[in-house]
Design a protein around this ligand. Structure first.
Ligand SMILES: *Cc1c(COP(=O)(O)O)cnc(C)c1O
Length: 396
């Protein structure tokens, strides 16, 4: 623990100071970027704590300390992308292991499990609906090694009962992994609910400015310490390290995470309520936001999320053609994949993020051709509402 960081400080304070001290050499208030790949040693086994940047880098070390603090983890590793963090976590498993995964996971995680690791590591993956406790209970076997889920899920924003999933995993000694990308530790703290490992695509809210790819895996202090040791060993063994310039950018972004998340959440709540009030006039057949009382798991969301995040999904009347037209016509919501940046985005999951899924699977999940997903940014809410009003009321 450094002088400026204390675990008694509020999240907002820790986002700025955790793990960080002015540079002892120069007094710089911001962590320097150490691009060196190698570090001198004074003699055999004698160095200043660093030897080679893959196994440890001073800028990355500060970032990892800050990330661990914010997530309430004992260890966090900073990886070049969210998917590299996910791959590193999957390396914890023995070949042939049984994994139970949420059916509505991020498309890239589905691809990694189903098209890569089931072949290269023989993983046996059961995809089930984690929003239905009975399905999770039935899918967990005595030999299940890992349960992998997201909440709220993408793009349908289904809310998973985290404590229930943890209970099911503990019954058989399996590890739980929660992809917390949609929430960030500001909105939801899975490790405090008993989850073993949180993963992030830090590309999204943690960085928040759509100018970086980054990933994180963070291990709970209540999990067998061997898991944290092993994840660090695996990061070095597979080379899944974030480069120092990216580390510095992410460290800066984390300082405004609470400010951004607060605005993302209040904007999204206001927009969801506005869309709901005008649902018929706007031709919205289905509107999904966990902060609306109409969300089937609103009560659960209230229990386990401190804020409902920035993601809103909606099915529009008029099929794919109208969905496409709406996305093209919005002025402030850019028509692009990804999420979590300060700028608002709109995307069409069936042809973009979820195009990797076979069409029957998309239909079964409810990722329909007329579904649009909004990532609400931090612009002024009145401008975002005016943009939605003019497009949704104008396109029949
Ligand atoms: C984007 C995303 C990922 C993948 O992360 P990358 O940084 O793109 O590799 C994983 N999970 C979720 C929920 C995501 O949104």
């Amino acid at each position: 623990m450094t002088k400026r960081s204390s675990n008694r400080d509020a999240f907002e304070t820790r986002a700025i100071h955790a793990g960080q001290e002015p540079d002892p050499l120069t007094g710089a208030v911001v962590t320097p970027i150490y691009t060196a790949s190698t570090f001198v040693q004074d003699g055999i086994g004698e160095n200043k704590g660093f030897m080679y940047s893959r196994s440890g880098n001073p800028t990355r070390q500060v970032l990892e300390a800050c990330l661990a603090d914010l997530e309430g983890a004992v260890t966090a590793i900073a990886c070049p992308t969210g998917l590299s963090a996910a791959s590193t976590i999957l390396e914890l498993l023995e070949s042939g292991a049984h994994v139970v995964a949420h059916h509505d996971v991020y498309g890239g995680i589905y691809r990694l499990l189903e098209l890569v690791r089931s072949r290269s590591a023989g993983l046996d993956v059961s995809f089930v609906n984690f929003a239905d406790p009975a399905e999770v209970e039935a899918a967990v076997r005595p030999d299940t090694a890992m349960l992998w889920f997201e909440t709220p899920s993408n793009p349908l924003l289904e809310v998973v009962d985290i404590e229930f999933v943890v209970k099911q995993a503990r019954r058989v000694g399996a590890l739980t992994v929660c992809d917390n990308t949609f929430c960030s530790p500001y909105c939801q703290r899975p490790l405090e609910m008993g989850v073993d490992i949180v993963m992030h695509s830090a590309t999204k809210f943690l960085n928040g400015h759509s100018d970086l790819l980054a990933g994180v895996a963070a291990v709970s202090p209540n999990t067998d310490p061997k898991v944290a040791e092993k994840i660090r060993f695996l990061q070095n063994s597979t080379g899944a390290v974030m480069d120092p310039i990216a580390c510095s950018t992410l460290l800066r972004s984390l300082k405004t995470l609470p400010l951004r998340m607060e605005r993302h959440g209040s904007n999204a709540q206001a927009i969801a309520e506005f869309l709901e009030q005008n649902q018929d006039r706007f031709g919205i057949s289905k509107l999904i936001y966990p902060g609306l009382a109409s969300h089937p798991q609103h009560e659960l969301a209230k229990r386990q999320m401190s804020s409902f995040g920035a993601m809103i999904s909606m099915e529009v009347d008029g099929g794919q053609a109208r969905a496409d037209k709406i996305a093209q016509s919005l002025r402030l919501f850019a028509y692009a994949v990804s999420l979590g940046g300060v700028e608002s985005l709109v995307q069409h999951p069936a042809s973009m993020t979820h195009a990797i899924l076979p069409p029957e699977r998309r239909q079964k999940l409810g990722v329909t051709d007329n579904l649009l997903r909004l990532s609400v940014g931090v612009e002024h809410v009145d401008d975002l509402i005016a943009d939605l009003e003019s497009v949704l009321s104008g396109i029949e």
